[in-house]
Design a protein around this ligand. Structure first.
Ligand code: ADP
Ligand code: MG
Length: 596
């Protein structure tokens, strides 16, 4: 059954190649400019030394080679200009490249997100998506705009300085090397086990932010179920663990860190170089003018090295970000139909459908059902029986493993996705609102809708009055100045579906959020939405579906009963038992006119 739908689109380019490819030329430019700039910055120091050498004869009254002096001065000035110019240019190129990279990456992320199966969003938190779009892109920004230049400077400057020093006076060069070598010896001590520590650090940070988000976002739900203590405990545990870890790490590395800082400090380096110089002049017969380069350039050797340590962390982050972006781009997109077809009419049918989530048992087995246009089909069944999964097959959150899922007689895998979303509206339990204005959330699937149309949809969804209570009304941003209860959020998604005006509607009723007030409102909103559409509804409050055209009872992935309310009650099977249970438990809380 799968064969006709296997992907025939060309293989996408290797994801690894992609992440930085848009700025490869600019990166090469930054590398060249950084090296030239760093080299140029050393030249004036060398010029000072050479100048001293050229002027030295004047002390003894000998003539000075004026042409040579001027040549040195000119070279120094030229080098200075080149160095400043290239540093500036590489900064400019870096920031342009960075802007270009961020833009093209974000576009690519969004394009790829749009091509992923909707089911992907089921499993990922919106936090993971945000991490991709924000943190990982920013980590690469640090790489392109800053770190490359920093690292190249930190390597080029000492290398050129040392080469020059060894040419002029190798003994002084050796002396200048000593602080560097000492730092390089202590540094590994400081960083011992750092890879593992960084991993633990990332873990502790993630645990903390996860617990924080959970604590803050979940507070309404958690409160309702009286579990404030538990969620808060998780939060404070994570905080304590984080503080403990950072404290321990700091203590462990404090001594070696202080030693490295001391070794690198200009005062210590200067004292050492002067001592070495005095000894070399006094005991090794080195000319005083030849120790000058060692002191001048030797002082500048340790600072770049220290900077390298900081850049190292950025480079690590950038590498990780590149990895996770590559993994993301490597995810297989939903297969596009080879020969797109337009469905005829608004019927929904499942034919011998079986489905299981990746590497797990079959969640649905041999499901066959048909929803005629304009009718209401209700799904009932115990929690975990597969109702939500079945509902998600209709807008193609997932593809069936066996059998077929058709709309208007056309397999959903042959329907282009924009066509599919025009036809199928859905309101699911895990309400997904974007961090955007309420207006934009409502017109998500119809961005060209007018304000009046948005408002009409919100009124019909019983959410208009609530929205007006926000200071900025429809412009209030979800998660910023618009904080909605679960039931209110669901009514926003109902307004969205109303506006989209899709002829087929899949509803997974909210139960977790249903407080008596919003339950009645949601119910009113849902009946407006359901009018004259093909509706597949998962019902928990059985009185809402007594008029349904057919009721399907799902048990452990199988349809075990089907019929109208009267038929099922009369047949005295599983539904009849559920119904009498329901009536006993809910008799008192049934709203006025229940069953209508
Ligand atoms: P219902 O809506 O009737 O409570 P569901 O369709 O949500 O049932 O779940 C049916 C089964 O599928 C359960 O065993 C559940 O654990 C599993 N399941 C649901 N969603 C996923 C998912 N995204 N990945 C893996 N398993 C899932
Ligand atoms: Mg469910």
């Amino acid at each position: 059954m799968q064969a006709p739908f296997t992907r025939s689109t060309p293989k996408p380019p290797s994801p690894e190649a992609g992440v930085l490819s848009s700025v490869r030329g600019s990166l090469a430019g930054i590398v060249v400019l950084s090296v030239i700039g760093a080299a140029g910055s050393v030249v004036p120091f060398i010029a000072i030394v050479e100048l001293a050498r050229a002027l030295m004869p004047a002390i003894d009254g000998a003539p000075v080679d004026a042409a040579r002096v001027w040549l040195i001065v000119s070279i120094a000035i030229a080098a200075l200009i080149v160095s400043v110019g290239t540093a500036f240019l590489s900064g400019v190129v870096g920031h342009f490249a960075d802007a270009e990279m961020q833009h093209s990456l974000r576009q690519r992320i969004i394009r790829h997100l749009q091509r992923l199966p909707l089911g992907w969003f089921d499993r990922r938190s919106s936090g993971a998506v945000r991490k991709l779009v924000e943190n990982d892109v920013v980590a690469l920004h640090q790489l392109v705009a800053h770190s490359i230049q920093d690292v190249l400077t930190a390597i080029t400057v000492p290398v050129i300085s040392l080469v020059y020093l060894f040419i002029v006076e190798w003994r002084m060069a050796l002396a200048a090397l000593v602080p560097l070598v000492a730092i390089l010896l202590v540094y590994p001590l400081m960083m011992r086990g750092a890879g593992e520590k960084y991993r633990q650090y990332d873990q502790a940070t993630q645990a903390l932010s996860g617990a924080t988000v959970e604590f803050v976002q979940g507070i309404a739900v958690v409160k309702r179920f009286g579990q404030v203590g538990r969620s808060h405990r998780r939060y404070s545990d994570a905080t304590r663990e984080y503080v403990r870890f950072v404290g321990e790490w700091t203590r462990e590395t404090a001594v070696s860190f202080t030693i490295v800082e001391l070794l690198a400090s200009p005062i210590v380096v200067l004292a050492w170089l002067l001592a070495a110089a005095v000894w070399l002049v006094g005991n090794a017969g080195v000319a005083p003018v030849d120790i000058l380069p060692g002191i001048l350039l030797g002082l500048g050797l340790t600072a770049p090295l220290m900077k390298l340590g900081a850049s190292g962390q950025f480079l690590r982050n950038a590498t990780k970000a590149r990895q996770s972006l590559s993994e993301f781009f490597g995810l297989a997109p939903v297969s596009a139909p080879d020969r797109p077809e337009t469905p005829e009419g608004h019927s929904v049918a499942l034919d011998d459908v079986s489905f299981g989530y990746l590497d797990s048992h079959r969640v649905l087995e041999d499901i066959s059902l048909a929803c005629a246009p304009g009718t209401v089909t209700a799904l009932v069944g115990a929690s975990g029986s597969g109702k939500s999964t079945l509902a998600k097959l209709v807008p193609r959150f997932y593809d069936v493993d066996e059998g077929s899922m058709t709309i208007g007689g056309t397999d959903v895998r042959r329907i282009p996705s924009n066509e599919l979303y025009r036809r199928v509206g859905f309101v699911f339990q895990d309400v997904q609102l974007l961090r955007a204005s309420l207006r934009d959330n409502i017109r998500l699937t119809r961005p060209d809708a007018t304000d009046a149309e948005v408002e009409a949809a919100a009124r019909a969804a019983q959410i208009h009055d609530r929205i007006l209570q926000f200071a900025r009304g429809y412009d209030a941003v979800v998660g910023e100045d618009a904080n909605l209860s679960g039931g209110e959020a669901q009514r926003v998604t109902i307004a969205r579906s109303l506006l989209a005006d899709a002829p087929i509607l899949v509803l997974d009723e909210a139960t977790a959020f249903a407080d008596p007030d919003s339950e009645a409102s949601i119910q009113r909103a849902l009946s407006t939405l359901a009018a004259s559409r093909t509706v597949l509804v998962i019902a928990h409050r059985l009185h809402t579906i007594v008029r349904a055209d057919q009721i399907l009872v799902l048990d452990n992935g199988h349809i075990v009963e089907r019929g109208t309310h009267e038929e099922l009650v009369a047949s005295d099977g599983r539904f009849a038992a559920m119904w009498s249970d329901y009536q006993r438990n809910h008799a008192r809380s049934l709203p006025e006119g229940a069953g209508a």
